[in-house]
Design a protein around this ligand. Sequence first.
Ligand code: ADP
Ligand code: MG
Length: 685
Amino acid sequence: MAEISWKRKPGQKLAPLAERLKKLGLVSDWDFVLHLPLRYEDETSITPIEELEVGVDAQVEGVVTNNSDNRFGNFEAWVDDETDMLKVRFIHYYPSIRDLLKVGKRVRLYGNPRAAFGGGLEMIHPKVRAPKSESDLPKTLSPVYPAGEGVTQLWLRKRIDRALMDVDISDLLTEEERNELHLPGLSEAINSLHHPKAGAPIGPLQNRTDPAWQRLKFDELLAQQISLKKSREMRDMNKGPLMPLRKGDNNSLTAKFFHSLPFKLTKAQIRVWKDIYESLGSERPMNRLVQGDVGSGKTVVAALAACQAIDAGYQAALMAPTEILAEQHFKKIISWLEPFGVRVVWLSGKQKAKEKREALAAIEDGAELVVGTHAIIQPDVKFKALGLAIVDEQHRFGVDQRLAIRAQQNGMMPHLLMLSATPIPRTLAMSYLADIDVSVIDELPPGRQEISTKLVSMSRKGDLVEWIGKSLAAGLQAYWVCPLIEESEKVDLTAATETCEEIKQILPQFKIELLHGKMTPEDKNAVMDRFVKGETKLLVSTTVIEVGVDVPNASIMVIEHAERFGLAQLHQLRGRVGRGSIKSYCFAIFGDQLSKIGKERLQVFNDTTDGFEISRRDLELRGPGEFLGARQSGAALLRFADFETDGFLVEKAMAMADKWIREKDPRAEKHAARWYQSKEKYLEA
Ligand code: ADP
Ligand code: MG
């Protein structure tokens, strides 16, 4: 957000003021009250020019001794305060500056001194004004607000000051509560952020660690926690289908499926399964996220939950974010459950009309299990009795989609089970997901081979292809993932096609196929099938294989231009290998245009295969806003508080929200309503 905008295109009209303000989030008086300064200027004192420090904002006062236009068209002037001389320079300026800086005039300048070319100090674009008298210095620091085109600092200051007078800033916390939290009063905090007293240290104000900031952050977190807990309460008022586990009944589908598994569940899988089957045995609709690193075996746990729903006479649905992944689930689940007479229906947006009609009819007729893409949440799908909705790779779906799948069915709210390999760091989970129960599969099935990761420079791509040739000859299979160049599939496709041809030329003896997002579902499946069967040795693909795909014999993953992927994506891709008992490799090929952050990301990727550690480092490198992604965060992003640095405030806000709601304290409603006054709706899901 620009503080001052110098140029408007000729003829371009400004939008009406109200609209410009709305863009800044400024509608109600309360919005203005919470429009807090970005930074401050200390115009309460004058610094002698000889005491100026490079990089430290300061105010000086002196007489203009000379001015001129330099050869670049910049306007320059020299100001003398008897201790020293200071140069000021304007690259963009209003003509009125020339009048203010006429030789002989006394001026007051506020700006950031830097070393001038040719010696001495200069200020570029300082604030210039003609002092009325020596004693007219302000008593408080001057706030600098986030502003926009046609909304000036002066106007904002006046408008905010009026709002500060008009709005009821009464404190909802008692003195006792404030003392316990070591927080100042609300009105005191807000006023001191808008008008800090002269001499107040600017550092803590600007880096938002000042107690006044702590108070605002606390109130924000408190409002968030209250609204999250409210939404949980609302959900708890709904009834979910009762589907207790039929313990000891060896004829239940759950028991038969469990005993037919070719492997033993890990301890972590058993623990998470228990969380789930206990929830399903209660009428409170479940809202559970199962987190488990790639390959930890989330699918089988979800399938066990589906069996429990079916045992109780309900339907279950499993939704996956891509056709390929949904198809894989479909095949696996058929192989697991059809032997026991379960009807499994496939549903996808790209189905032929007749197939789709049949699928919809079967679902309405009560087919026990539906597997598919987001086609499952389209309005034409009518379940007979949906009891459990499972969302795989939940972070790939938006909030709306997750809510849609658990829409009321015949007055009942189906239980919701979400699966994700992208772990959400603890503070984030605590605050943001207050409405969700989290179960973690923190253990991989035994016998998995450590994946060895190698960073490879682009110049050594040839050697790598040769090495892969030898591995393919030894019976192994490999993925080769091509980079996302732009948000354009077409460009990606060209790159992937070229790479595929290139490799085919070097390794003509092997079957190599290309998989990309533009293919029809049938073609994609056919390619995938040949890879699963082992006919195709090397699969070159765009990132369509990023999530969930499971081909145990594939043990080599090559990621070209790995620096263009996010850490979570890289980790997902690497998770495609190391699924069998063969020693697995992941090669991250990096280009020569490696940014600092790109380098750091690859280093993290190289250093650890632990999903939680990767996610923690990812958060550090990117910050929570981007981590959650726009679609996941909805309108919920915090303005003032920061999950990483304000963890202790999160815990305190949680505790207070809990208490207020438990004790039916009317302050809970009041606080949330005040805080979210002009926001469209409270946070959801
Ligand atoms: P993810 O958690 O990434 O979705 P999957 O559910 O796809 O992982 O499981 C990965 C592979 O591990 C599958 O082939 C699955 O059959 C297998 N698997 C799951 N649980 C176990 C276990 N307890 N022991 C051995 N293999 C398992
Ligand atoms: Mg999976």
